[in-house]
Design a protein around this ligand. Structure first.
Ligand code: SAM
Length: 427
């Protein structure tokens, strides 16, 4: 029998019999690079190497049984407020789809061997002190940079990025010809669009570290307050696929001090209509399960952007043993997050022949993966590209991005975060 890796080397595995896919993000990322690949144990460090190790399902159930009983008792005595009732209703509508997808996933014969081999590989890499490319280079600082902080110091406007080609003769960690890339050109690091329009990845050096820019990609690092002066001037013909993962106000981001958040109404400041293709765009917006946010998106944000919701996809997070990261029916911290997908209507008065043909994304599709860093979403480019309106090729834009994808533009206050060499090794 062919393994999953052989059948879908790019990390997107359809789950037969369910409206679902299993995603292996480090493989998806690696498929985008020619010279580099993502280091799996760096991608999954949170799921595999934190002190609370994943527990086997039976163990989990046995140890939590008392706790769950107490919780249930407490909840049954507690009357839900109207918002909680609405959230519960939404959950009831979708839980069957999520459960069916997860059951179909767990029943696949390849799952257990795949997860075991992934876990084994990650632990071996870790034990063997598997170094990344940057850590082997004497002259490169192996620590990572906090770009959000860097962008707020008074010298921010003085920082620049030098682009250079990856020299194919560069050897691996033990090689002696490490530094041979020729600098190409220097750009301001902040508030400026930096582009790699070549067919292979480029290296970007800034503030003492090296980052990787995938082929045909570009990024702009700026704050939401500046977006109209910065990103809006690089719209070109407009984007027909826009993914937004806002820093919604939530306790988890605050508690973990991962990133700063913005009040909901500030998202109305995003110039979405200016950024979108005049013939319309597929918009994907990540939301948490809080009813307040869902209501804000449905009643305020999408109407302001002329976006009609077409489908909701669910990202189901699993542990290294394949079990959901938490109880499906818990009122808070559900093991899934939602991606709302809608079409922005074409702008201006369009005759019927100018209205693009739409291929609607399937509703209630479930995407299953093991999570990476806090709030890091799995890459969905290949799944979403099929639903871009019209005949044009995909012009993708990610807002509030923390990484960069080939063919896409990334904007946010730290789009280089996961492009640092720390996350990659040379092929
Ligand atoms: N989609 C990303 C991923 O998969 O890794 C996660 C995005 S995270 C939910 C939100 C991002 O918005 C963070 O990188 C945060 O630093 C950024 N952000 C917060 N406030 C911002 C602001 N005022 N302007 C621009 N970006 C901001």
């Amino acid at each position: 029998m062919m393994s999953w890796e052989e059948r879908a080397p790019e990390g997107v595995y359809p789950i037969e019999g369910a409206n679902a896919f299993f995603l292996e993000p480090s493989r998806i990322i690696s498929s985008n690079y020619f010279y580099f690949s993502a280091i799996p144990h760096r991608y999954y460090s949170r799921s595999f190497f934190l002190p609370h190790q994943p527990q086997r399902a039976d163990h989990l159930q046995a140890s939590n049984v008392q706790q769950k009983k107490r919780k249930r008792k407490k909840l049954s005595a507690y009357a839900l407020n109207p918002k909680e009732l609405l959230a519960q209703r939404r959950h009831q509508d979708v839980r069957k789809f999520i459960l069916d997808a997860h059951t179909a996933f767990m029943a696949l014969p390849e799952v257990s061997s795949f997860l075991k081999s992934l876990e084994k590989h990650l632990y071996e890499c870790k034990e063997n002190q598997h170094f990344s490319y940057s850590e082997c280079k004497q002259d490169t600082v192996s620590e990572m940079i906090d770009f959000v902080e860097l962008g707020t110091v008074w010298q921010a406007s003085l920082y620049s990025m030098t682009l250079s080609m990856v020299n194919a003769t560069n050897e691996d960690c033990n090689g002696s010809t490490q530094e041979s890339a020729e600098p190409l050109i220097k750009f301001p690091l902040f508030r400026h669009m930096i582009e790699n329009n070549t067919d292979k990845e480029l290296l970007g050096s800034c503030a003492g570290i090296t980052t990787i820019l995938p082929k045909k990609s570009r990024f702009l690092m700026s704050d939401l307050a500046d977006i109209r002066q910065t990103l809006s001037s690089y719209t070109g013909n407009g984007y027909n696929l826009i993914i937004i993962d806002p820093p919604w106000e939530n306790r988890s981001a605050h508690r973990h001090a991962v990133y700063s958040t913005v009040p909901n109404k500030h998202l109305l400041f995003l110039p979405l209509k200016e950024l979108a293709h005049p013939q319309g765009a597929l918009i994907g917006l990540w939301v948490t399960n809080r009813e307040k946010l869902r209501a804000f998106v449905e009643d305020v944000l999408f109407p302001a952007w002329d976006v009609d919701i077409q489908a909701t996809w669910f990202w189901l997070k699993i542990n290294a043993d394949g079990c959901m990261i938490g109880e499906l029916d818990t009122p808070h911290h559900k093991p899934y997050e939602c991606l709302l997908l809608g079409y922005m209507r074409p702008q201006g008065n369009k005759s019927d022949s100018q209205i693009p043909v739409l291929k609607f994304p399937p509703d209630k599709q479930v995407l299953i993966s093991i999570p990476g860093d806090h709030s890091r979403k799995p890459p969905l480019d290949s799944l979403l590209s099929a639903y871009v309106p019209g005949q044009d090729s995909v012009r993708g834009l990610e807002l509030f991005a923390r990484d960069i994808h080939p063919g896409w533009t990334s904007w946010g206050n730290e789009p280089l975060r996961f492009q640092q060499m720390h996350y990659f090794e040379k092929e």
